[in-house]
Design a protein around this ligand. Structure first.
Ligand SMILES: Cc1cc2nc3c(=O)[nH]c(=O)nc-3n(C[C@H](O)[C@H](O)[C@H](O)COP(=O)(O)O)c2cc1C
Length: 362
């Protein structure tokens, strides 16, 4: 790529990354008229838990790594100055608590080595934690190479390679890339070539049972559902399109604001469709959402937006937020009589209302 084009591309990516952070901090970007449907999942109270609260063990294994709490810090950022601070605070908090994180799309780090620091800071701040690399499905479709993937992995000494599938975001994004042909064959090639496991994720529109089957047969080792009901990337791109005077894209952002598969439904479908570890994410807002996810068969959960503001302040703020999630989870475990995550995975739950109705139609 000629130098001027490269500089222009870097500037564009940095601005977009900053926009994403600032919009998520300042504007309403959560689902408006729809929910995750975890409110239709009910755990059963146990008045005789036969244990002390202190005995509860929340540790879990994910892709060969031990997590002391089943909460991954969801993929968010990199490629901008503020992103560096955010990644540092997230990684420090993960290191302190014994959990992991996924960095945001590392495309920016490919174009400019100075931007690579905004990601590699995560490994410096979290030497022992699980860290996921991240690139978009659209990049794979456009000829992203094995060497480039290895560069991104080396940048953060990644433990897994996350591929985010985000056609709904790309179509609304003002400068979006709507080339989504050939993604599955390319995932298959990367799964054979890379030495670390590939994890496929959505960005808040939800992975379906059928898509999860295709991913499993292509060699993906875990699936993060990233369903609808939390952060809406149609909303985020709506504000950007509006700002740029792109009226049609703005209207699409509004129209598809609540598009997607509710997280509880995506989790149920993907668990039924594949035998892979499943990460429940998209609108995980409380420890009770985490407990319900695990009862429904998730191995792990991930949360992104609730940690963003805290991460702009300090790692202590992130720890505080994660502790709150952990306390909610432990409380649910105490009240269902589950000493550990395996017991919680075996515990009974009841489905009602809209979720039951939707699942019943499949
Ligand atoms: C500020 C911000 C930036 C994000 N950037 C990325 C990204 O670069 N790559 C990615 O895979 N997901 C990205 N996401 C999506 C999240 O990983 C997650 O799937 C989505 O926000 C739903 O989770 P939540 O409701 O807990 O926020 C981003 C989310 C936020 C809030």
């Amino acid at each position: 790529m000629p130098d001027t084009d490269k500089k222009e591309r870097i500037r564009e990516i940095m601005e977009r990354k900053e926009d994403h952070i600032n919009i998520c901090l300042e504007k309403p970007v959560q689902a408006k008229r729809v929910r995750t449907l975890f409110e239709n999942v009910h755990l059963i109270n146990d008045s005789l838990p036969e244990m002390d609260f202190d005995e509860i063990d929340t540790s879990v294994d994910f892709l060969g790594h031990k997590f002391s709490i089943p909460i991954m810090i969801g993929a968010m950022t990199g490629g901008a100055e503020l992103a560096k601070r955010i990644n540092e605070n997230l990684a420090k908090a993960a290191q302190e608590l014994g959990t992991g994180m996924v960095v945001g799309s590392q495309r920016a780090g490919l174009y400019d080595k100075s931007l690579a620091e905004t990601y590699s800071i995560a490994r410096e701040a979290g030497p022992d934690i699980f860290i996921g690399s991240n690139i978009g499905g659209a990049q794979l479709s456009r000829g992203f190479s094995f060497d480039e993937a290895r560069d991104l992995i080396d940048m953060i000494k990644a433990d897994a390679f996350y591929i985010h599938l985000n056609p709904a975001q790309e179509i609304i994004q003002p400068e979006g890339d709507v080339k989504y042909k050939n993604v599955i064959p390319r995932i298959r090639e990367f799964a054979k070539e890379l030495k670390i496991p590939i994890v496929a994720k959505e960005v808040g529109f939800g992975i379906s049972g059928n898509v999860s089957k295709e991913l499993e047969s292509s060699g993906v080792k875990a699936i993060e559902v990233a369903g609808m009901g939390g952060t809406s990337y149609a909303a985020v791109e709506y504000y950007r399109a509006k700002d740029m005077g792109m009226e049609t894209k703005e209207k699409m952002g509004e129209l598809f604001w609540d598009w997607g598969i509710p997280t509880a439904e995506a989790l149920y479908d993907v668990r039924k469709a594949v035998g892979l570890p499943v990460v429940s994410s998209g609108g995980i807002r409380t420890g009770l959402d985490i407990a319900k996810s695990i009862a429904m068969g998730a191995t792990l959960t991930a949360t992104a937006w609730p940690l963003l503001r805290a991460a702009t302040i300090s790692s202590d703020e992130v720890v505080k937020k994660l502790n709150e999630f952990e306390f909610g989870l432990k409380t649910a475990m105490f009240l269902t009589g589950c000493r550990n995550i395996e017991e919680l995975r075996q515990s009974k739950y009841i489905l009602t209302g809209e979720l039951k109705e939707r699942i019943g139609q499949k």
